[in-house]
Design a protein around this ligand. Structure first.
Ligand code: HAM
Length: 414
């Protein structure tokens, strides 16, 4: 029987990754321009890191963690997201009192039901600003999100945004929501009944129409947060409403427990049911919760598979290709050296070699098939005179006998 990949853990082939590379290179330039520097944390962490950050009552920890005991009987988990690890790393380095602008990328793991746009191994690019209190950092991160979307060519999206208040406001809203919903428990869908018990705020996210109708008469977040927070949210929205579709969504609470303050998501209808391609918010309490010192924290993460789906980069620019054809003995020191010199002189060209491809004719055929525009032919006789054939593969296939120096010059200037 053939071995298959695990469900929801797709392979990424070279033809898929062409778009990823364009996305990554544009993104790294944007991060550079914001003075944001990369951090890399391990894929495996202690399970406790996620239960104490993302939260025991969240779906992510409750049902979706890939956890197991290692050889030392310690419970470890594949990371489901990146923020907790970044905070853990900064605490471990005792740098909570410094300011950090960080970005990261890599695979994340959640045991979700696989479907379009939802995988068990997926990739995120995340940004975390640490040490910056509520204020200008919210503006800078929303600006960054707009810039990313503009530069990679996404225009059809909405930013949903909400303010969850501080920890106390969040807790008293949660209590009020529970007292409002409890008398209606029987009217709620089974899933929402479970949420009401484990994580009441998540009922707001319910996709059930009847729950949403009920919630219309329920308590509103806005009544629990301070005037200052309300104004802050409104000013943010007003600032960006000329530049994008940004809407206050009072039911936006996000699926991770650590948020307080501003939370936001970018959604696109083009993605279908899993429409959020980016999500984030402020989480000032996390550092203390993980045993560190107080540290203002805010960030967001992009779901790479989802954003790639939206990219309008249809024509991935193809690199120039030149065929390197060895007409004589293949294992010749001199030919390796020539190929080496060519690659060093211009590494934006693909020097395509046809290993074990047989005769001159079949190598030329292969070069044509691979869309090479030129061929460099190295033959035994020519080599003795330090000469090489430079052949045009388009038109009438004209060729010239040149010195190595001349070939390198042509290759450099192609
Ligand atoms: P999140 O909303 O759980 O936030 O994930 C961020 C993004 O990752 C989502 O908007 C979505 O695009 C993508 N994503 C999540 N789960 C999957 C999946 N199963 N398959 C494909 N894509 C998925 C966080 O993870 C927070 N750590 C973000 C953050 C950073 N908040 C503050 N800083």
């Amino acid at each position: 029987m053939k071995i298959q990949s695990l469900r929801g853990m797709p392979d990424l082939f070279p033809e898929d990754l062409d778009k990823w590379h364009i996305f990554e290179s544009k993104l790294s330039k944007i991060f550079h321009s914001f003075g944001t520097r990369e951090i890399r944390t391990p894929l495996l962490e202690s399970t406790e890191l996620f239960s104490r950050s993302v939260g025991n009552s969240s779906d992510i920890v409750n049902k979706e963690l890939y956890s197991f005991l290692d050889r030392n009987e310690e419970s470890i988990s594949l990371r489901p997201e990146g923020s907790a690890s970044v905070i853990r790393a900064i605490i471990q380095k005792k740098q909570e009192q410094e300011k950090h602008k960080l970005w990261y990328q890599g695979p994340m793991f959640r045991y979700e039901r696989p479907q379009k746009g939802r995988f068990r191994q997926f990739h995120q690019v995340g940004v975390e600003y640490l040490g910056f209190e509520e204020g200008i950092s919210e503006y800078e991160l929303i600006s960054m999100v707009l810039q990313i979307n503009r530069i990679i060519g996404i225009s059809n999206y909405i930013i949903k945004i909400n303010h969850l208040g501080d920890k106390i406001a969040k807790e008293s809203f949660s209590k009020s929501l529970v007292s409002f919903l409890q008398p209606h428990t029987n009217e709620l869908h089974e899933k929402d009944q479970a949420r009401l018990k484990s994580n009441p705020l998540r009922v707001l996210d319910s996709k059930e129409k009847s729950t949403q109708e009920l919630l219309e008469h329920g308590p509103k977040f806005q009544d629990f947060i301070s005037e200052e927070s309300k104004n802050f949210l409104q000013n943010l929205v007003d600032t960006y409403s000329d530049h994008c579709d940004i809407q206050i969504d009072q039911s936006l609470v996000r699926g991770l427990d650590y948020y307080t303050g501003i939370v936001f998501e970018a959604v696109s209808h083009e993605l279908g049911a899993q429409d959020a391609f980016l999500g984030g918010g402020r989480y000032d309490n996390l550092s203390k919760q993980l045993g560190g010192k107080e540290m203002f924290s805010i960030g967001f993460a992009i779901g790479v598979e989802r954003i790639i789906e939206l990219l309008s980069i249809k024509d991935v620019k193809k690199s120039l290709k030149v065929g390197f054809i060895v007409a004589g003995e293949q294992n010749n020191k001199k030919t390796y050296k020539i190929a080496d010199d060519l690659r060093s002189s211009n590494n934006s060209i693909i020097l395509d070699t046809f290993l074990s491809e047989g005769s001159l004719k079949s190598q030329l055929r292969k070069a044509n098939k691979n869309n090479c525009t030129h061929a460099i032919i190295v033959g035994d006789n020519e080599l003795k005179n330090n000469q090489i054939i430079w052949k045009y593969l388009s038109g009438d296939g004209e060729q010239e006998l040149l010195s190595l120096k001349e070939v390198i010059e042509k290759y450099t200037n192609l």
